[in-house]
Design a protein around this ligand. Structure first.
Ligand SMILES: O=C(O)c1cc(=O)[nH]c(=O)n1[C@@H]1O[C@H](COP(=O)(O)O)[C@@H](O)[C@H]1O
Length: 232
């Protein structure tokens, strides 16, 4: 897995998703299928997009008791995807269970990463609502360290934290980073945000980009702008 841009396919139907993908005649973007599309269309959308040759991050952010997550991951292992995720807040026991559940008959498995703190969370929310009274960057590092100790392949964090995560957990520990906006872009509900160029400078392995591409007037041009800034 090299440095790449992952396009978040946050659409509510197969038709809209495939129409969007049809615009890409020259590239085959790495894509993310999240809750909106998966809950609307089910596993068949994963198969269909895979059959078109895309790499897939299946972003369902599992967070439950260890036994439930293990069984759910066993079911998801049947899908041919490259990357899946859980919430690190489920604890090390839950992350270990997720890893144990992720086994295919041929011995392969998708990479497993953990969401540290959502990029839509800021310091104020962390303290006042979640009652975690620590600097958010330290919380991200702590969760990343637990994920690394239990054997996960990486984390989801803001690009702003990618460098520190690599320093603590090693350069091969993946940093998959949403919270990406062009310098002139609308931030929306995201809080810990930076540009594709800055994400590259900070050492992110993958940026996850949704609305700046999907809602752009010219999505292919927006995707190319991301690739040019991030991959070079
Ligand atoms: O796990 C994720 O992909 C994720 C984690 C996180 O902390 N923040 C975050 O934004 N995401 C996802 O990344 C995508 C970002 O979309 P945009 O904000 O539209 O670029 C969405 O599909 C989110 O579900």
């Amino acid at each position: 897995m090299g440095k790449d841009v992952i396009v978040a396919l946050d659409f509510d139907s197969k038709e809209k998703t495939l129409a969007f993908l049809d615009r890409f005649t020259e590239e085959k973007p790495f894509v993310k299928i999240g809750m909106e599309l998966f809950y609307a269309e089910g596993p068949s959308i994963v198969r269909e997009i895979r059959a078109r040759g895309h790499k897939i991050f299946l972003d369902l952010k599992l967070h439950d008791i260890p036994n439930t997550v293990k069984k759910a991951m066993a079911a998801l292992s049947a899908l041919d995807v490259d990357l899946v995720n859980v919430h690190a807040a489920g604890t090390g026991a839950m992350m270990s269970a997720a890893l144990a559940g992720l086994t295919r008959p041929d011995g392969t498995r998708p990479l497993l990463i953990a969401v540290t703190q959502l990029t839509s969370t800021d310091q104020d929310m962390l303290e006042k609502e979640l009652w975690i009274e620590k600097p958010i960057a330290e919380v991200v590092m702590h969760y990343a360290e637990i994920a690394s100790i239990v054997g996960l392949d990486g984390v989801v964090c803001s690009p702003l934290e990618a460098g520190a995560v690599h320093e603590r957990c090693g350069k091969n520990f993946l940093t998959v980073t949403p919270g990406v906006r062009f310098a002139d872009g609308d931030v929306g509900d995201q809080k810990r945000v930076t540009t594709p160029a800055k994400a590259k400078e900070l050492g992110s392995d993958y940026i996850v980009v949704g609305r700046p591409i999907t809602q752009a007037e010219d999505p292919v041009a927006a995707y190319r702008r991301c690739v040019a800034e991030f991959v070079g």
